[in-house]
Write a protein that binds this ligand. Structure first.
Ligand code: 13P
Ligand code: SF4
Length: 316
Protein backbone atom coordinates (compact mmCIF):
# COMPACT_ATOMS: atom_id res chain seq x y z
CA UNK A 1 0.00 0.00 0.00
CA UNK A 2 1.51 3.35 -1.01
CA UNK A 3 1.51 6.15 1.55
CA UNK A 4 0.57 9.74 0.65
CA UNK A 5 4.15 10.96 0.24
CA UNK A 6 4.92 8.14 -2.13
CA UNK A 7 1.71 8.70 -4.10
CA UNK A 8 2.54 12.41 -4.41
CA UNK A 9 5.99 11.55 -5.72
CA UNK A 10 4.49 9.08 -8.20
CA UNK A 11 2.11 11.81 -9.41
CA UNK A 12 4.93 14.36 -9.76
CA UNK A 13 7.13 11.92 -11.65
CA UNK A 14 4.26 10.99 -13.97
CA UNK A 15 3.48 14.62 -14.75
CA UNK A 16 7.12 15.58 -15.31
CA UNK A 17 7.73 12.51 -17.46
CA UNK A 18 4.89 13.60 -19.76
CA UNK A 19 5.96 17.28 -19.84
CA UNK A 20 9.59 16.43 -20.63
CA UNK A 21 8.83 13.59 -23.07
CA UNK A 22 11.05 11.36 -20.94
CA UNK A 23 11.39 7.60 -20.67
CA UNK A 24 12.41 6.00 -17.36
CA UNK A 25 14.61 2.91 -17.71
CA UNK A 26 15.34 0.86 -14.59
CA UNK A 27 17.62 -2.06 -13.91
CA UNK A 28 16.24 -5.22 -12.27
CA UNK A 29 18.13 -4.37 -9.03
CA UNK A 30 16.33 -1.07 -8.44
CA UNK A 31 14.16 -0.56 -5.34
CA UNK A 32 10.48 -1.63 -5.76
CA UNK A 33 9.02 1.86 -6.16
CA UNK A 34 11.47 2.68 -8.96
CA UNK A 35 10.65 -0.60 -10.71
CA UNK A 36 6.95 0.22 -10.36
CA UNK A 37 7.20 3.65 -11.93
CA UNK A 38 9.68 2.84 -14.69
CA UNK A 39 8.57 2.55 -18.31
CA UNK A 40 10.84 -0.40 -18.72
CA UNK A 41 12.68 -2.67 -16.24
CA UNK A 42 15.32 -5.06 -17.52
CA UNK A 43 18.84 -6.42 -17.67
CA UNK A 44 21.81 -4.58 -19.19
CA UNK A 45 21.21 -5.84 -22.74
CA UNK A 46 17.49 -5.08 -22.70
CA UNK A 47 18.13 -1.60 -21.31
CA UNK A 48 20.71 -0.89 -24.05
CA UNK A 49 18.18 -1.96 -26.67
CA UNK A 50 15.50 0.25 -25.14
CA UNK A 51 17.91 3.21 -25.08
CA UNK A 52 18.66 2.58 -28.76
CA UNK A 53 15.04 2.50 -29.89
CA UNK A 54 13.23 5.04 -27.71
CA UNK A 55 11.53 8.05 -29.30
CA UNK A 56 11.66 10.00 -26.03
CA UNK A 57 13.81 13.15 -25.90
CA UNK A 58 15.08 12.39 -22.40
CA UNK A 59 16.25 9.06 -20.97
CA UNK A 60 16.33 8.90 -17.18
CA UNK A 61 18.52 5.98 -16.25
CA UNK A 62 17.65 4.38 -12.92
CA UNK A 63 20.74 2.24 -12.71
CA UNK A 64 24.45 2.91 -12.44
CA UNK A 65 26.78 5.28 -14.25
CA UNK A 66 28.16 2.94 -16.93
CA UNK A 67 24.56 2.16 -17.98
CA UNK A 68 23.74 5.85 -18.42
CA UNK A 69 27.01 6.32 -20.30
CA UNK A 70 26.11 3.43 -22.60
CA UNK A 71 22.72 5.05 -23.29
CA UNK A 72 24.48 8.34 -24.11
CA UNK A 73 26.85 6.55 -26.49
CA UNK A 74 23.98 4.75 -28.24
CA UNK A 75 21.67 7.77 -28.37
CA UNK A 76 23.94 10.84 -28.68
CA UNK A 77 21.05 13.08 -29.70
CA UNK A 78 19.12 12.46 -26.48
CA UNK A 79 19.52 13.92 -23.04
CA UNK A 80 20.55 11.13 -20.65
CA UNK A 81 20.07 11.75 -16.94
CA UNK A 82 21.10 9.76 -13.89
CA UNK A 83 19.41 10.77 -10.61
CA UNK A 84 22.62 10.34 -8.55
CA UNK A 85 26.07 10.78 -10.08
CA UNK A 86 27.64 8.73 -7.29
CA UNK A 87 25.87 5.58 -8.50
CA UNK A 88 29.00 3.81 -9.74
CA UNK A 89 30.07 0.18 -10.09
CA UNK A 90 32.96 -1.61 -8.39
CA UNK A 91 33.29 -3.97 -11.34
CA UNK A 92 33.57 -1.13 -13.88
CA UNK A 93 36.19 0.42 -11.56
CA UNK A 94 38.31 -2.75 -11.66
CA UNK A 95 40.01 -1.82 -14.94
CA UNK A 96 41.10 1.52 -16.39
CA UNK A 97 41.72 2.39 -20.04
CA UNK A 98 45.47 2.69 -19.28
CA UNK A 99 45.55 -0.79 -17.80
CA UNK A 100 43.72 -2.14 -20.84
CA UNK A 101 46.12 -0.39 -23.23
CA UNK A 102 49.07 -1.98 -21.40
CA UNK A 103 47.39 -5.42 -21.53
CA UNK A 104 46.69 -5.01 -25.25
CA UNK A 105 50.34 -4.08 -25.86
CA UNK A 106 51.30 -7.47 -24.42
CA UNK A 107 48.82 -9.23 -26.76
CA UNK A 108 48.88 -7.15 -29.97
CA UNK A 109 46.84 -9.62 -32.05
CA UNK A 110 44.15 -10.33 -29.50
CA UNK A 111 40.46 -9.46 -29.82
CA UNK A 112 39.18 -7.52 -26.80
CA UNK A 113 35.80 -8.52 -25.34
CA UNK A 114 34.61 -6.20 -22.58
CA UNK A 115 31.64 -6.68 -20.31
CA UNK A 116 29.21 -3.78 -20.58
CA UNK A 117 30.10 -2.95 -16.94
CA UNK A 118 33.03 -0.79 -18.09
CA UNK A 119 33.66 2.92 -18.58
CA UNK A 120 33.32 4.61 -21.98
CA UNK A 121 37.15 4.95 -22.07
CA UNK A 122 37.53 1.18 -21.71
CA UNK A 123 34.82 0.54 -24.32
CA UNK A 124 36.73 2.79 -26.72
CA UNK A 125 39.67 0.32 -26.48
CA UNK A 126 37.37 -2.67 -27.04
CA UNK A 127 36.42 -4.78 -30.09
CA UNK A 128 33.22 -6.35 -28.75
CA UNK A 129 31.07 -5.51 -25.75
CA UNK A 130 29.03 -8.23 -24.10
CA UNK A 131 26.54 -8.58 -21.27
CA UNK A 132 25.83 -11.54 -19.02
CA UNK A 133 23.10 -12.68 -21.42
CA UNK A 134 25.19 -12.75 -24.60
CA UNK A 135 28.83 -13.23 -23.49
CA UNK A 136 28.88 -16.85 -24.65
CA UNK A 137 27.41 -15.95 -28.06
CA UNK A 138 29.84 -13.07 -28.55
CA UNK A 139 32.89 -15.23 -27.78
CA UNK A 140 31.53 -18.00 -30.03
CA UNK A 141 31.20 -15.47 -32.87
CA UNK A 142 34.97 -14.78 -32.82
CA UNK A 143 37.09 -17.10 -35.03
CA UNK A 144 38.60 -19.93 -32.98
CA UNK A 145 42.19 -19.13 -33.91
CA UNK A 146 41.91 -15.62 -32.42
CA UNK A 147 43.39 -14.87 -29.02
CA UNK A 148 40.83 -13.16 -26.73
CA UNK A 149 41.28 -10.71 -23.87
CA UNK A 150 38.15 -10.94 -21.73
CA UNK A 151 37.46 -8.30 -19.10
CA UNK A 152 36.93 -7.28 -16.39
CA UNK A 153 34.98 -10.01 -14.53
CA UNK A 154 36.94 -13.14 -13.63
CA UNK A 155 33.86 -15.17 -12.70
CA UNK A 156 31.96 -14.39 -15.90
CA UNK A 157 35.20 -15.09 -17.80
CA UNK A 158 35.56 -18.51 -16.16
CA UNK A 159 31.94 -19.31 -16.95
CA UNK A 160 32.32 -18.30 -20.62
CA UNK A 161 35.52 -20.33 -20.83
CA UNK A 162 33.73 -23.40 -19.52
CA UNK A 163 30.70 -23.13 -21.82
CA UNK A 164 32.62 -22.24 -25.00
CA UNK A 165 35.63 -24.47 -24.34
CA UNK A 166 37.83 -21.51 -25.40
CA UNK A 167 41.04 -20.52 -23.68
CA UNK A 168 40.59 -16.87 -22.66
CA UNK A 169 42.96 -14.33 -21.12
CA UNK A 170 40.81 -13.12 -18.23
CA UNK A 171 41.20 -9.88 -16.29
CA UNK A 172 40.97 -10.56 -12.54
CA UNK A 173 38.23 -8.05 -11.72
CA UNK A 174 35.08 -8.69 -9.71
CA UNK A 175 31.93 -7.05 -8.41
CA UNK A 176 32.03 -6.64 -4.64
CA UNK A 177 28.42 -7.79 -4.29
CA UNK A 178 28.58 -10.92 -6.43
CA UNK A 179 32.03 -12.13 -5.43
CA UNK A 180 30.73 -12.48 -1.88
CA UNK A 181 28.03 -14.90 -2.94
CA UNK A 182 29.98 -18.06 -2.33
CA UNK A 183 29.69 -21.77 -2.44
CA UNK A 184 28.85 -21.94 1.27
CA UNK A 185 25.80 -19.73 0.72
CA UNK A 186 24.51 -22.16 -1.87
CA UNK A 187 25.25 -25.23 0.23
CA UNK A 188 23.45 -23.73 3.19
CA UNK A 189 20.40 -22.70 1.15
CA UNK A 190 20.26 -26.02 -0.59
CA UNK A 191 20.11 -27.71 2.80
CA UNK A 192 17.31 -25.36 3.93
CA UNK A 193 15.33 -25.73 0.68
CA UNK A 194 16.29 -29.06 -0.90
CA UNK A 195 13.51 -28.83 -3.51
CA UNK A 196 14.47 -25.31 -4.67
CA UNK A 197 15.93 -24.58 -8.09
CA UNK A 198 19.17 -22.57 -8.13
CA UNK A 199 19.35 -19.38 -10.23
CA UNK A 200 22.89 -18.03 -10.39
CA UNK A 201 24.30 -14.87 -11.97
CA UNK A 202 27.64 -15.55 -13.69
CA UNK A 203 29.31 -12.65 -11.81
CA UNK A 204 28.95 -14.64 -8.56
CA UNK A 205 31.89 -16.24 -6.79
CA UNK A 206 29.78 -19.37 -6.48
CA UNK A 207 29.38 -19.64 -10.26
CA UNK A 208 33.03 -20.74 -10.37
CA UNK A 209 32.81 -23.07 -7.40
CA UNK A 210 29.64 -24.60 -8.75
CA UNK A 211 31.44 -25.33 -12.01
CA UNK A 212 34.31 -26.96 -10.17
CA UNK A 213 32.06 -28.85 -7.81
CA UNK A 214 29.29 -29.68 -10.20
CA UNK A 215 29.07 -33.20 -8.85
CA UNK A 216 28.38 -31.86 -5.39
CA UNK A 217 25.76 -29.29 -6.34
CA UNK A 218 24.53 -29.34 -9.92
CA UNK A 219 25.79 -29.05 -13.43
CA UNK A 220 26.15 -25.40 -14.45
CA UNK A 221 26.31 -26.38 -18.10
CA UNK A 222 22.68 -27.50 -17.84
CA UNK A 223 21.29 -24.11 -16.97
CA UNK A 224 21.20 -22.45 -13.56
CA UNK A 225 23.47 -19.60 -14.69
CA UNK A 226 21.58 -16.64 -16.14
CA UNK A 227 21.58 -12.87 -16.63
CA UNK A 228 19.12 -11.08 -14.35
CA UNK A 229 16.35 -11.19 -16.97
CA UNK A 230 17.33 -14.78 -17.80
CA UNK A 231 16.64 -15.59 -14.14
CA UNK A 232 13.24 -13.89 -14.35
CA UNK A 233 12.33 -15.86 -17.47
CA UNK A 234 13.49 -19.12 -15.93
CA UNK A 235 11.47 -18.47 -12.77
CA UNK A 236 8.34 -18.12 -14.93
CA UNK A 237 8.99 -21.15 -17.12
CA UNK A 238 10.14 -23.59 -14.46
CA UNK A 239 7.75 -26.01 -12.72
CA UNK A 240 9.70 -25.53 -9.49
CA UNK A 241 7.90 -23.66 -6.73
CA UNK A 242 10.97 -22.55 -4.79
CA UNK A 243 14.11 -20.83 -6.03
CA UNK A 244 17.41 -19.85 -4.48
CA UNK A 245 18.53 -16.62 -6.13
CA UNK A 246 22.25 -15.90 -6.31
CA UNK A 247 22.47 -12.25 -7.30
CA UNK A 248 21.65 -8.78 -5.95
CA UNK A 249 18.50 -9.09 -3.81
CA UNK A 250 16.56 -6.27 -5.56
CA UNK A 251 15.53 -8.71 -8.27
CA UNK A 252 13.40 -10.70 -5.83
CA UNK A 253 10.71 -8.00 -5.79
CA UNK A 254 10.04 -8.51 -9.49
CA UNK A 255 10.27 -12.29 -9.20
CA UNK A 256 7.60 -12.34 -6.51
CA UNK A 257 5.41 -9.85 -8.34
CA UNK A 258 5.47 -11.85 -11.57
CA UNK A 259 5.17 -15.29 -9.96
CA UNK A 260 2.50 -15.31 -7.26
CA UNK A 261 2.58 -18.59 -5.36
CA UNK A 262 6.28 -19.25 -6.00
CA UNK A 263 8.90 -18.61 -3.31
CA UNK A 264 12.27 -16.94 -3.75
CA UNK A 265 15.16 -17.04 -1.29
CA UNK A 266 18.31 -14.93 -1.56
CA UNK A 267 21.48 -17.07 -1.60
CA UNK A 268 23.01 -14.34 0.54
CA UNK A 269 20.68 -11.75 2.11
CA UNK A 270 23.57 -9.26 2.33
CA UNK A 271 23.90 -9.08 -1.46
CA UNK A 272 22.82 -5.48 -1.79
CA UNK A 273 24.42 -3.08 -4.27
CA UNK A 274 24.53 0.29 -2.52
CA UNK A 275 25.16 1.98 -5.85
CA UNK A 276 21.90 0.67 -7.32
CA UNK A 277 20.05 1.72 -4.18
CA UNK A 278 21.19 5.35 -4.51
CA UNK A 279 18.30 5.95 -6.90
CA UNK A 280 15.14 7.00 -5.04
CA UNK A 281 11.75 8.43 -5.99
CA UNK A 282 12.92 11.81 -4.65
CA UNK A 283 16.06 12.03 -6.75
CA UNK A 284 14.20 10.62 -9.76
CA UNK A 285 11.66 13.44 -9.36
CA UNK A 286 14.50 15.97 -9.04
CA UNK A 287 16.25 14.54 -12.09
CA UNK A 288 13.14 15.22 -14.17
CA UNK A 289 12.39 18.57 -12.53
CA UNK A 290 15.88 20.09 -12.77
CA UNK A 291 17.28 18.09 -15.76
CA UNK A 292 20.00 16.62 -13.56
CA UNK A 293 22.48 14.95 -13.73
CA UNK A 294 23.32 14.80 -17.39
CA UNK A 295 25.67 12.04 -18.51
CA UNK A 296 27.21 13.04 -21.81
CA UNK A 297 30.09 11.15 -23.36
CA UNK A 298 32.28 13.48 -25.49
CA UNK A 299 31.67 12.94 -29.20
CA UNK A 300 35.07 11.56 -30.22
CA UNK A 301 35.11 9.10 -27.32
CA UNK A 302 31.46 8.16 -27.92
CA UNK A 303 32.15 7.32 -31.56
CA UNK A 304 34.95 4.92 -30.59
CA UNK A 305 32.92 3.37 -27.76
CA UNK A 306 29.90 2.88 -30.02
CA UNK A 307 31.62 0.38 -32.33
CA UNK A 308 31.91 -2.50 -29.82
CA UNK A 309 28.35 -1.86 -28.61
CA UNK A 310 27.01 -1.95 -32.18
CA UNK A 311 28.93 -5.15 -32.87
CA UNK A 312 27.39 -6.66 -29.76
CA UNK A 313 23.87 -5.61 -30.75
CA UNK A 314 24.39 -7.08 -34.23
CA UNK A 315 25.63 -10.45 -32.93
CA UNK A 316 22.97 -10.92 -30.24
P1 13P B 1 22.56 -8.11 -16.06
O1 13P B 1 21.33 -7.44 -15.56
O2 13P B 1 22.84 -7.76 -17.46
O3 13P B 1 22.50 -9.59 -15.82
O4 13P B 1 23.81 -7.55 -15.24
C1 13P B 1 23.83 -7.45 -13.91
C2 13P B 1 24.74 -6.38 -13.46
O5 13P B 1 25.89 -6.52 -13.35
C3 13P B 1 24.18 -5.09 -13.19
O6 13P B 1 25.07 -4.38 -12.53
FE1 SF4 C 1 28.33 -3.06 -10.36
FE2 SF4 C 1 28.06 -5.20 -8.85
FE3 SF4 C 1 26.51 -3.13 -8.37
FE4 SF4 C 1 26.15 -4.57 -10.60
S1 SF4 C 1 25.85 -5.26 -8.52
S2 SF4 C 1 26.21 -2.35 -10.44
S3 SF4 C 1 28.24 -5.20 -11.07
S4 SF4 C 1 28.74 -3.17 -8.17
Amino acid sequence: MQNNTQQNLFDEVNQLRREKNAVILAHNYQVPEIQDIADFVGDSLELSRQAAKTDAEVIVFCGVHFMAETASIISPGKTVLIPDLEAGCSLADSITADQLRQWKAQHPDAVVVSYINTTAEVKAETDYCCTSSNAVGIVNSIPEDKEILFLPDKFLGAYVEMVTGRDLNIWQGACHVHENIGELNLAEKQKEHPDAEMLIHPECGCSTSCMMKSAMYFDCKDGHVYSTSGMLNRAKESDAEKFVVATETGIIYRMEKENPGKQFFAANEDSVCDYMKMITLENLRDALKYDQYEVKVPEELAQKALLPIERMLQVS
